[in-house]
Design a binder for this molecule. Structure first.
Ligand SMILES: [Zn+2]
Length: 61
């Protein structure tokens, strides 16, 4: 049960987290908003965002 809880926390932490391609600012959004380009970086206004979850790979190295 604790493991499942961790998964939930992890998912919640990363699922809706996006990183600005221009200035690497983190922001929370939804996939629908990002795909519709309705969300933008509040720092630089850039609309190119990527999922934060992809960073997980580089953390190991
Ligand atoms: Zn930005």
């Amino acid at each position: 049960m604790p493991k499942k809880l961790n998964e939930m926390v992890f998912k919640r932490k990363f699922e809706n987290m996006y990183v600005c391609m221009a200035c690497n600012a983190k922001l929370r959004s939804t996939i629908a908003k990002v795909k519709a380009r309705k969300s933008k970086c509040r720092k630089c206004g850039c609309k190119d965002l990527r999922l934060k979850a992809k960073e997980r790979r580089s953390q190991k190295a």
